[in-house]
Design a protein around this ligand. Structure first.
Ligand code: SAH
Ligand code: MG
Length: 215
């Protein structure tokens, strides 16, 4: 979306609580890739409609999206995973400063290694994937079985700044990541058990709804 339109939406989004604003500033200062404002607002809008009771988040960073989800859904529990120790600690600090942070369960470790513990807190009505872009398919395969009957998987960054639509990407590391995301998107769109839509908002959000038994 063009910068002017994004700026316009950002200018009319409701003022956030002081702690949230502080986290947004911390993310800028420390280069933490928290969700873009327009993206998180779109996700929160979908969650308000879906009203999940249990949410699994892969990629806590400093706890920004986890706390925003917990604030918007006062009855929900958010289980969130982070493998970076510094960020995990920073998240604990921020989450402890909000009453809504009490409904966030933080698990330290690589998402590909903590499934047994994650399952104990499930099943999940919503899974939010926002971690290493090259591993999305693995995350999905590992955790989608923990979804409840009408569960939804939300995947962030699926358009990767528009790079997934480029014919040629110069840098090899970036090119590899783009290929993996393109592969994930195509795989997801053709998944037999899910119906997926990709929204070109923020860095691109895929919404994958489990079909359930009756159609
Ligand atoms: N959801 C956050 C932003 C997450 S940024 C928000 O919007 O506020 C992505 C985070 O995922 C990073 O902090 C990174 O350390 C973490 N991450 C990447 N791969 C991971 C993995 N395999 N397991 C656990 N955490 C991972
Ligand atoms: Mg993201």
């Amino acid at each position: 979306m063009n910068e002017q339109v994004i700026g316009y939406i950002e200018s009319i989004v409701k003022i956030r609580p002081a702690l949230i604003t502080e986290m947004e500033q911390y993310a800028v200062v420390h280069s933490v890739p928290i969700m873009e404002l327009v993206g998180i607002e779109a996700l929160l809008g979908m969650l308000r409609i879906q009203q999940p009771k249990r949410i699994l988040e892969i990629g806590t960073a400093i706890g920004y999206s986890a706390l925003r989800m917990a604030e918007v859904l006062p009855k929900a529990t958010v289980v969130t995973l982070e493998r970076d120790e510094g960020r995990f600690e920073a998240a604990q600090g921020f989450l402890s400063r909000s009453p809504d942070g009490k409904r966030v369960v933080s698990i330290f470790g690589d998402a590909l290694e903590v499934a047994v513990e994650v399952e104990k807190h499930g099943p999940y009505d919503a899974i939010f994937i926002d971690a290493a872009k090259g591993q999305y398919l693995k995350f999905f395969e590992l955790y989608s079985s923990m979804l409840s009957e009408n569960g939804v998987v939300y995947s962030d960054n699926v358009l990767f700044k528009g790079l997934v639509a480029e014919e040629q990407v110069e840098q090899k590391r970036i090119r590899n990541m783009v290929k993996k995301l393109q592969n994930y998107n195509a795989w997801l769109m053709n998944h037999e058990e899910f119906d997926t839509s990709i929204l070109p908002v923020g860095d691109g959000i895929a919404i994958s709804k489990k079909r359930g038994e009756q159609r």
